[in-house]
Structure formats: C-alpha cells, structure tokens
Design a protein around this ligand. Structure first.
Ligand SMILES: Nc1ncnc2c1ncn2[C@@H]1O[C@H](COP(=O)(O)OP(=O)(O)O)[C@@H](O)[C@H]1O
Ligand SMILES: [Mg+2]
Length: 339
C-alpha cells in the first residue's frame, strides 16, 4: 500500500474567498469538474485531503499551510484575479513555501504561456513551428511579408481557446488588422499572428519529470465540416455541446497514422517537453500536415485533469486508471527538484 499523505488541493475561484469557505455547491458544477474529480480520487486513495480556493490573496495560502500543515499541495490553481497568465506567479509563490506541489514549476509555465517565446526556443532546436509575429498593443499593426495568408490570430497568453473564433482565420490585411485590434481591445492582450497550418489536430499527453511516459495520441475530429473548410478548435468547438453535435466535432484516439509515425511524434514531444522545462504532466497541441510533418502549436503544462478530458482518457488507455494517475502526479510533485 502506498503511503498516505496530508494533501492540500489548491483551486482558483472567480471571486474573493475565505480560509474555511464551503465549496460543496461549486464542486457539484460542471466548471469545477476537475476539482471534484481530483478530490474524489485523493479521498478514494486514502489521503487526508483538504481544499482551498484563492482569488486575489495569497495570504490565505500561508494561513492554510500553517493550520493544516500539508505534506503536498495538489495544484489546480491556474488563474489569479481571473487572469490565466498569472498561473506562473502562483507557482512562483508556492516555490517559496518549502512545501512540494504537483504539476509544472514556474519556469515551464512561464515559457509555455507565452506563445512566442516557446516557439522561439523550439525553432532554435529545429522543431517545426509556424512562422509568427507578435503584435503589441498601442503599436502599428503591420503584417510582415514573410507571413503569408492564411494567417491565424490569437491572444498571446491564453488557454482553452479563449479568443479563438472563425474570425481568427484571416485571408487579407483588413481582416488581419481588425482581428488583432479585437484581441487587443476585447482581451486586453498583445496578439500573436501565425502561419495557418493545415492538417490534422493532435493532442499528445506526457507524464514525468525526467523519465517521460507518452500516452496514446488523441485527435480532434470534425466529422461534419466540409473537407475544403479550415478546421480548428474555436471556443465553441471545444466547449459548446450543441455546436459540437451540429458539426460532428469529437475528441478520439488518433487512428490511421502511418507506421512509425506515432513513435516519431512521441520522440518529438519528449524533446519539446524537456526544451520547455516542463515537469509533472502536460498536453502538447500539434498539427500534422498532409505530408506527415509534425508542427508544434502549443504546450499545456498542467492540462485539465477532469476524468473525461483528453489527458486522463489518454492515461487510461495506457492502463493508468484515474486514481492511479492522480497518485502518480502526486508522487512526481513530491520528487520534483524545484530550485
Ligand atoms: N498556427 C495555427 N495553424 C492552424 N491552427 C491553429 C494555429 N494556432 C492555433 N490553431 C488552432 O487554434 C486552436 C487554439 O490554439 P492554441 O494555440 O492551442 O490556443 P489555446 O491555448 O487557447 O488552446 C488550436 O487547437 C488549433 O485548432
Ligand atoms: Mg491549445
């Protein structure tokens, strides 16, 4: 039997919280599915688990560490004051507390959150990334000539397809300018404009600090979208069940990959994971071009851990049942080198 631990499950909340706030209602909602699944697994594993949600105040973490004295923090807090670019700041704070925590350290989170920096590092190491340009707020919006249409525009530091819609795909300079302005104004963020990569959309889940395990590849499939239409994961394509049904959008295990390709993709992903200083667990978003070239789109350290989501589904396909996956993630957190 594995040793039992005192675990503090750390969440983020959308409004101010208190130290001993009752979250039982929240934990019944779809928005808190990951948190509920993880707490349930930790409890089923026999750990002594308490939880805490933070909004804009790190003092409550200090107080909770004092009163509960956890041996590890299971970190599911990935925004601060509703800002998802602050995930790395929360983890930087945790790194100062002398309590181990699960998932990725601040360096990996910082490199991955910035969709420009991650690509610069990888392209230096000859991993194929889309051509791109960063468009800062308050500066002139010009498309460099090397970036030819179609172009794909997104917020520089976002997640979960926030800010991704059909209008992200642009084919002329007027639409380019409009969409960049929209990202600046609506999301209060700099924008990144990328070469649009045509191809299959693959998600690769990895687990580990040094020795990395690669799980079977997942794919986002668009069954009812006409073949000539561009296909990509808009916010609706990810989260709107009605919309997904209408366009036959499903997440499934990738099939019909030619011999040796899954192996090659796994190796590229291991390399990406290490180059971006990821530890714990991550899901990498890739595109596979019609001639089987692997193109990096984005790395997601600390991906959504809900049982039904791609990461846990892929782990389960490798015979790692959900509670065992949670136990492994905890073990990796306890043994990670954080300085
Ligand atoms: N350069 C690109 N070429 C083609 N599709 C892209 C490109 N960048 C993003 N996408 C599409 O948009 C989706 C969201 O982009 P991504 O960078 O993964 O943002 P998020 O962090 O919101 O998931 C991707 O899953 C993919 O479908
Ligand atoms: Mg993504």
């Amino acid at each position: 039997m594995a040793k039992k631990h005192k675990v503090l499950a750390l969440f983020d909340a959308a409004s101010p919280t208190t130290l001993d706030q009752d979250l039982s209602q929240e934990l019944k909602t779809k928005d808190w599915e990951t948190e509920a699944n993880v707490v349930e697994a930790l409890t089923a594993l026999g750990h002594s688990c308490e939880h805490l949600a933070i909004f804009d105040n790190t003092d409550v973490i200090r107080q909770k560490l004092e009163s509960f004295q956890p041996e590890i923090i299971f970190n599911l807090a990935d925004q601060f004051k509703n800002n998802r670019a602050f995930d790395q700041n929360i983890v930087s704070f945790l790194e100062l507390q002398d309590v181990p925590f699960t998932g990725c350290g601040s360096m990996g989170l910082t490199l991955c959150k910035h969709k420009g920096i991650s690509k610069k590092i990888l392209s230096y190491h000859r991993i194929r990334v889309p051509e791109f340009v960063i468009l800062h707020r308050g500066k002139r919006i010009v498309r460099p000539r090397r970036l030819s249409f179609p172009v794909f525009i997104k917020p520089l530091k976002e997640e979960a397809s926030y800010g991704i819609a059909q209008a992200s795909f642009v084919e002329n300079d007027e639409d380019f300018k409009q969409r960049v302005l929209f990202v600046h104004e609506k999301f209060g963020q700099d924008a990144i404009a990328e070469e649009y990569i045509e191809g299959r959309e693959l998600y690769v889940s990895l687990l580990g600090n040094h020795r990395l395990q690669v799980f079977p590849i997942r794919e986002l499939i668009f069954q009812e979208v006409p073949p000539e239409e561009p296909k990509f994961a808009t916010y609706k394509a990810k989260w709107d069940e009605e919309y997904r049904k209408r366009w036959g959008i499903v997440n499934a295990f990738a099939t019909q990959l030619e011999d040796g390709l899954a192996h090659r993709i796994g190796n590229v992903c291991r390399k990406i994971y290490r180059l971006l200083a990821i530890d714990g667990y991550a899901r990498l978003d890739l595109r596979l071009t019609p001639d089987n070239e692997v193109v990096f789109i984005e790395a997601n350290p600390n991906p959504i851990l809900a049982r039904q989501e791609d990461f846990a589904q892929a782990a389960e396909k490798s015979n790692l049942a959900y509670p065992q996956l949670i136990e492994r993630i905890m073990h990796l957190g306890r043994t990670a080198a954080r300085e």
